[in-house]
Design a protein around this ligand. Sequence first.
Ligand SMILES: [Zn+2]
Ligand SMILES: [Zn+2]
Length: 205
Amino acid sequence: MTDALFAPASRLADQRLPALLEQCAALHAHLCPRQVLGVRMGLLGGRLLGLEVPQTDKRLLAFVETDGCAADGVAVATGCTVGHRTLRVIDYGKVAVTLVDSRTERAFRIAPSPHSRALALTYAPDARSRWHAQLFAYQIMPDDELLVAQPVTLRVSLEALLSKPGRRVTCEVCGEEIINEREVVHEGTVLCRACAGERYYDPSP
Ligand SMILES: [Zn+2]
Ligand SMILES: [Zn+2]
């Protein structure tokens, strides 16, 4: 019966998986199929772009399309993190990521193949649950059965996204500091996005 969390080394799609999955599970306090998907997507992205991952610089950028387990997998595999400003969550509620080489602007969007769930069962027919089958199979399935990758062109400007480091202004309404050129200038007044009306919260009475 297949109920081990880690697939045997001889069957792994990538020998880097155990170390990365352990790192991810530690972040997460558990290991789950979506973390494996995230790690696999990150590794494939690195390979497609010809960049070594996990990166030690900030060349690779990741746009993950949901928060949660898969995002942690992508972060661990690629070295892209929110803290390094190399990981953005575009919340579509989808397990998918676009990985971008910021130097060349080449980009690939990677998502699980529509058949990956069904195929997983054939890779672990005696698993004790679908969850265990996925966890196991996602570690051993070849990339072309597990994932689909499509070259894409970003519709957002990397220059605007990354902005000028060190730039800093003050909101003329709330007085808070705004970095990374995220201010809005309205009729000559410098405003933060909250004061410009995009606030996601209301002060409690
Ligand atoms: Zn999880
Ligand atoms: Zn403000």
